[in-house]
Write a protein that binds this ligand. Structure first.
Ligand code: HMG
Length: 389
């Protein structure tokens, strides 16, 4: 039985900040942001977009009403959750109209949450091949104005349909998790921006990747020549590039060129969106599939998921025949084209606008947000969502 990704989509806010503009405002050489870090733009969320709306909007790229009764598992990976108790998954279930006979919960381990969901879905489908799972990953990455992490902020969500009838990518059965308790990045309950030991976090990412990659080779016997591409969790492009460069010497010159090309294609969307935490590695996959025109059925893609704290997993997938029929590169191009470029003062004003941190009611102006699902406000201590399409 093949188990894997039947459908996948993403959603991003309709506003962005250029890294040229941010560099000018912060008095930094733009090449530091665009080459040294490897980011060109970053998504800026309006108050009307939160992890729930970003995740559900991502699913609406492919979701059809007839799928409602097929879903047996719904997992929402997020680290910017909206509630200490109730799962974002429950709102997503309602907004998509999924039936009640469904296992529905949230998964958290920093950027690893959606991968935890995917691996759980794999095991679930093995036992329930007649059912399907929806895995969400959605986050808003906030470090603070004029901080070293500012250039790596972002916002967005992905949603995948996982089933025993995969159309895009089959997930292979052997994966290699590696975890260790490290304090590289965390967010105490009283903060709405992350605390990060920046350079330490980049070292940990590479240590985890090396460990997972080497062990995966030992346990599976696979070598670098068995891969056509690698997709990474991309907190910023350069981080994934550094991981790729660790293993490139294992490849022939021709394969190094190919892996580098596919890496650039996998990072294209992320360079324009920024870090979207749990969703990031899956945006890399969508970006690779949308941009690379030399991939074919049977090609193996290596996937490295990393979530601070820290948990990682190296897993692999193989492309399926006619996978291109299930992609939407033109629609994705339009999503990027329709975004509005903010000035730095507009971005800073947007960044400072937050939902009230008390029990007051609050209305959100949604007139400039074209997304199908929006957060319209807070009432009686509850978030009010509107599905307009
Ligand atoms: P920084 O200290 O300001 O930057 O912040 P830097 O001084 O290290 O410079 C960055 C790079 O730019 C360097 O290149 C410089 O040489 C280069 P490298 O040595 O790394 O190859 N550079 C230039 N290049 C061209 N022209 C120039 C120029 N100037 C400098 N003129 C840092 C960098 C990543 C620390 C900061 O942005 C940060 O703290 N970010 C947030 C943390 C983060 O993203 N960590 C990544 C690993 S942890 C992770 O992935 C998990 C995470 O997603 C959270 C989760 O799991 O939930 C974060």
């Amino acid at each position: 039985m093949k188990i894997g990704i039947e459908q996948i989509g993403f959603a991003i806010p309709n506003m962005y900040l250029s890294m040229d503009d941010l560099a000018a405002a912060r008095g930094v050489d733009p090449n530091k942001f665009k080459i040294g870090i490897g980011q060109d733009e970053q998504a800026v969320p309006p108050l009307s977009q939160d992890p729930v709306t970003l995740g559900v909007n991502a699913a609406l790229e492919w979701f059809k009403p007839e799928m409602r009764d097929q879903i047996g598992l719904l997992i929402f990976g997020t680290e910017s959750s909206i509630d200490e108790s109730k799962a974002t998954a429950m709102y997503a279930k309602r907004l998509l109209g999924i039936h009640d006979w469904c296992r529905c919960f949230e998964a958290k381990e920093a950027c690893y949450g959606a991968t935890a969901g995917l691996m759980t879905a794999y095991d679930f489908i093995k036992n329930h091949p007649d059912q399907k799972a929806i895995i969400f990953g959605a986050d808003i990455a906030r470090y603070g104005l004029d901080t070293p992490g500012e250039v790596t902020q972002g916002a967005g969500g992905i949603a995948m349909l996982v089933s025993a009838d995969p159309k895009i990518m089959e997930i292979e059965p052997t994966s290699t998790p590696f975890c260790d308790d490290v304090m590289d990045f965390w967010r105490p309950q009283y903060f709405d921006t992350a605390i990060v030991n920046g350079h330490y976090s980049t070292e940990q990412y590479l240590r985890f990747f090396k460990n997972a990659w080497n062990r995966h080779k030992e346990t599976t016997g696979l070598k670098i020549e068995d891969y056509v591409a690698f997709c990474y969790h991309l907190p910023f492009m350069k981080q994934g590039l550094k991981a790729l460069r660790l293993i490139l010497p294992e490849a022939s010159e021709a394969q190094q060129t190919l892996l580098q090309k596919h890496f650039d294609e996998s990072a294209a969307y992320s360079r324009r969106v920024g870090n979207i935490y749990t969703a990031s590695i899956y945006l890399s996959l969508i970006s690779l599939l949308d941009h690379a025109n030399d991939l074919k059925a049977g090609d193996r893609i290596g996937m490295f998921s990393y979530g601070s704290g820290a948990a990682s997993e190296f897993f692999t997938g193989k492309l399926l025949p006619n996978y291109q029929d299930y992609l939407r590169p033109e629609a994705h191009k339009e999503i990027f084209e329709q975004r509005r470029r903010l000035t730095v003062p507009e971005y800073e004003e947007q960044f400072k606008q937050t939902l009230p941190h008390d029990a007051s009611d609050f209305d959100i102006d949604v007139t400039n947000d074209p997304a199908p699902v929006v957060l319209t406000g807070l009432k009686d201590k509850q978030r009010i969502y509107d599905r307009r399409k």
